[in-house]
Design a binder for this molecule. Sequence first.
Ligand code: OSB
Ligand code: MG
Length: 369
Amino acid sequence: MLLNRITLYHIKMELDSPFVTSMGTETNIEHIIIKVDGEGITGWGECVAAANPFYTYETVQTSWHIMSDFLIPGILGKNFTTVDEAISSWRKVRGHNMAKAGLEAAFWDLFAKSKDISLSKILGGIRDKIDVGVSIGIQSSIDELIEKVESFLEEGYKRIKIKIQPGNDIQPIKALRKEFPNILLQVDANSAYTLNDVKIFKAMDEFNLLLIEQPLGYDDIYEHSKLQRELKTPICLDESIRSLDDTRAAIELESCKIINIKPGRVGGFTEAKLIHDYCASKNIPVWHGGMLESGIGRAGNIALASLPNFTLPGDISASKRYYKNDIVEPEFIINKDGTMNVPSEPGIGVEVNLEMLEQETVRKISCSV
Ligand code: OSB
Ligand code: MG
């Protein structure tokens, strides 16, 4: 496959409603869409680095720089027969996982389309439907939170995740458990606590939570092992897991009992698959996280989540839960039974609406040979 042209689109999409977490409030999502053209076929990917460095150090600016100055020059005009070959050209670039993952996703789409098979199939997926959940930002009142949860449950979502932060944790959890005694419920702290808060987490043990996501430092593995020893509720790591090596360390140290996989955070589908397989061999369940992706990134997430060890519902929600209009057709919808269909068409399995994409684009560059 000769790669002739790579185009980057810096997009800015307005969220349907503000997303509030311990990291701040987001009203827009800025990501980079990557289009790779090779031999008459087009592959699409999405780089999930945000406008600010609050979840990870990467931003739209750093990934634009790393892609255009280092990753793209290593592959443009070259001929590759596998994705592995293509990504090996940037092994010496350290870090910048989201930049790498966005480009890699576009290659996977391109290669899958060239073989006329779906992304799910080429990645080793086994399901044609996946279980989905929803991630709910911090609300201004408990009543509002209960109302939101109720309407998502009515839509069919199989699992509810709420964001927590100091001062806004036990109360909402207690209120939700009272209202919905039997739902699958989990919480995400996005690193807002320290080991001095052990008491708060111990208090969560009585609410039958599925898991507590990333309570401590964003790059910590050691202190999480101390916290996990004190708790019955499983800890799940998100931010701290950037590679297979991190995964091994976390599992061997017993820092968590569950792993959240996001291809962007770990550098692409290739590393994500390694983590998935390793966790399966250790009987550690995984689930697919989300980065408020457009339909392009979402399609990739759904394909990955169709692999066998994704046994818990993912943060993969319908397009309309995030944006008024998505940039793919058809947009993603949730079935009444709380599942989402895994596209079976070649590659990501949905069409990019070019007009919508251009409308959401604030900056664009095209590199060709
Ligand atoms: O911590 O899982 C997270 C969104 C942006 C950055 C980090 C996180 C999230 C979410 C939203 O929780 C998940 C989604 O895309 O639905
Ligand atoms: Mg998280």
